[in-house]
Design a protein around this ligand. Sequence first.
Ligand code: CMP
Length: 142
Amino acid sequence: MPVERTLSIVKPDGVRRNQIGEVYRRFEGAGLRIVAARMLQLTTSQAELFYEVHRGRPFYGDLVRYMSSGPVVAQVLEGEDAIARNRQIMGATDPKKAVPGTIRADLAESIEANVVHGSDSPETAVREIAFFFSTTELCPRA
Ligand code: CMP
């Protein structure tokens, strides 16, 4: 399996509810390595740009408002098949449809306040990692 990198975000609800450690525990427990991390509060324009692909969808305005409503923690996860593995650990976007044992099934409040975001493809991962981190901020580990 290829070693990949993916962009993950602990969303404002996860930070507000003190779930950063629990989310990191699940990533590390599944063998993913955190190779970059930072906490920040997105501006409206940053959130609009990050979720550009959803512009025009009915939930876009609420999503942008929500993602800029409080601090988030962005991290780069590295490991074999990291993109798909992270998506398995997160579970379905809608927590009502997520499998028990996944982050969203266990911790999320709603489809909007769903604790985490993760890149959905290698192309998206490259774009989303570059959105938050420069190459020199990534610390690959053996
Ligand atoms: P995320 O993986 O961050 O990608 C886009 C986000 O939009 C998604 O998680 C959800 O939190 C949010 N969202 C809100 N409503 C919907 C919806 N109806 N369908 C998909 N995503 C939604």
